[in-house]
Design a protein around this ligand. Structure first.
Ligand SMILES: *[C@@H]1O[C@H](CO)[C@@H](O)[C@H](O)[C@H]1NC(C)=O
Ligand SMILES: *[C@@H]1O[C@H](CO)[C@@H](O)[C@H](O)[C@H]1NC(C)=O
Ligand SMILES: *[C@@H]1O[C@H](CO)[C@@H](O)[C@H](O)[C@H]1NC(C)=O
Ligand SMILES: *[C@@H]1O[C@H](CO)[C@@H](O)[C@H](O)[C@H]1NC(C)=O
Ligand SMILES: *[C@@H]1O[C@H](CO)[C@@H](O)[C@H](O)[C@H]1NC(C)=O
Ligand SMILES: *[C@@H]1O[C@H](CO)[C@@H](O)[C@H](O)[C@H]1NC(C)=O
Length: 594
């Protein structure tokens, strides 16, 4: 009101000065510029799409809405609009503005909304927005802005919403957002930024919602958003290069809603989310995430909604949502889930919305719970349908009657169908393979354990192959013992015990003539130490050779009858006590077998 009455008070003392000032500038002040429409709305001057190259003269002083969009304005000089002190909304979108002089909007102290999208602005320097102390919305989208310099928005202390998408922005100076004390929503989209401008964002004390969309940023470093203590809503949308979220990347935040969608995350970033105990809604849709493991979300105690549609989910583990007592919405539409077990939810009865369409569901006993809740649950526009077994294929869950025909939604417990021998022998250093496979409905999983309960993994020297075969490479003596094959499915399990016997192997025959083989205890007969030489000399060479040959013959015969359980061989030569009869076999040769 003070603004409106000021000219009236000024009227009587200096009428000529007043007219001199106003007439050339505004033409018929209080009327309407000829090219514009002032009749459709009160206090509105609508001049859109009039091919104007400059702001028309003669704008009524009480104009509240000025629409100059879709014209050919190319510049805005200082003071051009300064008399429109009551202007609340100024639309300069889709013109050819490339420069805004500092002070261009001076005097627009009532302006709330300024639309500058679709122009050719390049640099936002300090001072451009001076005087816009009431502005709450500034739209700068679709320009060619490359830089935001320090202090670019310093005067906009009332600004709540800033739109800066679709620019060439490569750099945001650390102090660019200084002064935006009330900014609550910031959208940065389709820019050329290669990093998140953390230091600039940290100057936004009131920021409640941050939307970072369609950016070619591959990393959100630890602490990148530190300082945004009031941020409740964070949206990271369409960052194709983002493959993981570092553990501290959401550090310092206290979010209630987080969306990281259309990115390249291959797993749920549990570590980064861990501290968000006030998080209510989490959206990780359209990321190549394949599983929700058990109990990893339990620190998000207030989580109510999880959206993970259009991902690559093949499994949601039992107890996946453990600890989430307020959980009531799950959207996992368009994934590769064959089932969703009741045990995933702490209390399935609290579930209100379940989007599960577009999954190849197998309608067996595991989905009975869903059938039971099918009338109460909100399935969205498409209820889930059975992809198998064949007799219910394509049938939607809603179509089943309360009394099921026999064979519907049933399971068959796992049974071992085929297995290898129960007793397997393998040589030390060799290779052992145990096969085992099961039958059941749903198809059972095969696992192997040691009798002590140690489950064997999929990697290492002893490993379980994809098809359920147990493979042991370079068998060692300690591998000897029992191995238990367990086939199991939701309806039951079956197990079978197999024994591995390890045969200790004699060293390869080559060692006897291998000059490098000097291991004690295995002296070759043809490599005599000094003691042996002395003995040969004492006994004479021929008797020595005879006894050695005889001995070898005996050993060969014995081992032929006994099989292959022969190990290290040592020969112990004892020199005769006396130099008696050389043919009487006074020397004693013993062969030790062990
Ligand atoms: C921003 O990215 C677009 C598309 O990738 C490109 O055409 C443009 O030249 C880039 N601008 C700058 C300033 O790097
Ligand atoms: C997504 O990540 C995978 C590897 O995890 C990579 O091969 C692929 O190129 C990435 N996609 C994009 C668009 O960056
Ligand atoms: C986190 O935000 C919630 C509201 O979502 C608020 O109640 C709580 O006090 C905040 N906690 C901290 C530590 O700021
Ligand atoms: C097999 O089933 C029994 C009960 O039927 C259960 O106690 C046991 O833990 C199961 N074993 C495995 C390995 O799943
Ligand atoms: C010893 O090993 C070689 C090959 O390394 C083989 O040709 C030879 O028959 C073996 N001799 C005996 C006695 O086993
Ligand atoms: C025997 O040892 C020598 C060096 O001590 C080595 O060069 C040679 O390759 C070895 N021969 C065999 C068969 O291991």
């Amino acid at each position: 009101m003070a603004v409106a009455t000021a000219p009236k008070q000024a009227w009587p003392p200096w009428p000529p000065v007043f007219f001199l000032l106003l007439l050339p500038a505004l033409g018929s002040s209080g009327n309407c510029p000829a090219v514009c429409d002032c009749t459709s709305q009160p206090q509105a001057v609508l001049c859109a799409h009039r091919r104007l190259e400059a702001v028309p003269g003669g704008l009524p002083l009480d104009t509240e809405l000025l629409d100059l969009s879709g014209n050919r304005l190319w510049g805005l000089q200082q003071g051009m609009l300064s008399r429109l002190g009551q202007l609340r909304e100024l639309d300069l979108s889709y013109n050819q503005l490339s420069t805004l002089e500092p002070g261009a909007f001076h005097g627009l102290r009532s302006l709330l909304t300024l639309r500058l999208q679709g122009n050719r602005l390049r640099i936002m320097g300090p001072g451009v927005f001076a005087g816009l102390s009431a502005l709450t919305l500034l739209d700068l989208r679709l320009n060619q802005i490359v830089l935001f310099l320090d202090g670019a928005f310093r005067e906009l202390g009332s600004l709540q919403q800033l739109e800066v998408g679709d620019n060439h922005l490569v750099f945001v100076a650390p102090g660019a957002f200084a002064g935006l004390a009330k900014l609550s929503t910031l959208t940065l989209e389709r820019c050329n930024l290669s990093t998140v401008p953390g230091p600039a964002l940290a100057r936004l004390p009131a920021l409640g919602a941050l939307k970072l969309r369609e950016l070619d940023i591959g990393r959100l470093p630890a602490g990148a958003l530190r300082g945004l203590g009031q941020l409740r809503e964070l949206e990271i949308h369409h960052w194709p290069a983002l493959e993981a979220l570092e553990p501290g990347s959401l550090g310092g935040l206290n979010l209630s809603s987080l969306a990281i969608t259309h990115c390249n995350l291959s797993s749920v970033p549990f570590q980064a989310l861990h501290h968000l105990s006030f998080l209510r809604a989490l959206d990780l849709s359209r990321n190549p995430i394949s599983a929700i493991p058990a109990r990893r979300l339990s620190s998000l105690v207030r989580l109510q909604e999880l959206r993970l549609s259009g991902a690559c989910l093949t499994s949601i583990a039992a107890h996946a949502f453990h600890g989430l007592t307020a959980f009531h919405l799950l959207d996992v539409a368009d994934n590769a889930l064959q089932t969703l077990e009741e045990t995933a939810f702490p209390s399935p009865d609290k579930l209100v919305t379940l989007r599960l369409s577009g999954n190849p569901l197998t309608c067996d006993c595991r989905l009975l719970w869903l059938l039971r809740l099918r009338r109460r649950l909100d399935f969205g526009s498409t209820p889930p349908a059975c992809a198998g077994p064949q007799h219910v294929q394509g049938k939607s869950l809603r179509e089943f009657a309360d009394i099921l025909p026999p064979g519907h939604f049933t399971c068959r417990p796992a049974l071992i169908r085929k297995s290898g021998p129960r007793w397997v022998m393998a040589e030390e250093g060799g290779h052992a393979v145990f096969s085992c496979s099961g039958d059941g409905d749903p198809a059972p999983t095969v696992s192997w354990m040691r009798p002590q309960g140690v489950r064997l993994g999929r990697a290492g020297r002893v490993r379980v192959l994809q098809d359920g075969t147990l493979e042991i490479r370079s068998v060692q003596l300690r591998d000897r013992g029992a191995y238990v094959c367990v086939v199991s499915n939701v309806a039951g399990n079956d197990s079978l015990r197999t024994w591995l016997e390890v045969i200790q192997v004699e060293p390869p025959n080559g060692t006897l003539s291998d000059p490098n083989s000097t291991s004690p205890g295995i002296p070759g007969p043809f490599f005599l130490d000094s003691r042996g030489i002395a003995m040969v000399l004492a006994v004479g060479f021929l008797p020595f050779l005879t006894s050695v040959t005889l001995c070898f013959g005996l050993i060969a015969l014995w081992s032929k009858g006994k099989g292959r359980v022969k190990h290290h061989v040592t020969f112990d030569f004892v020199a005769p006590r006396t130099s008696g009869d050389k043919n009487s076999g006074g020397n004693r040769v013993t062969a030790k077998l062990f």
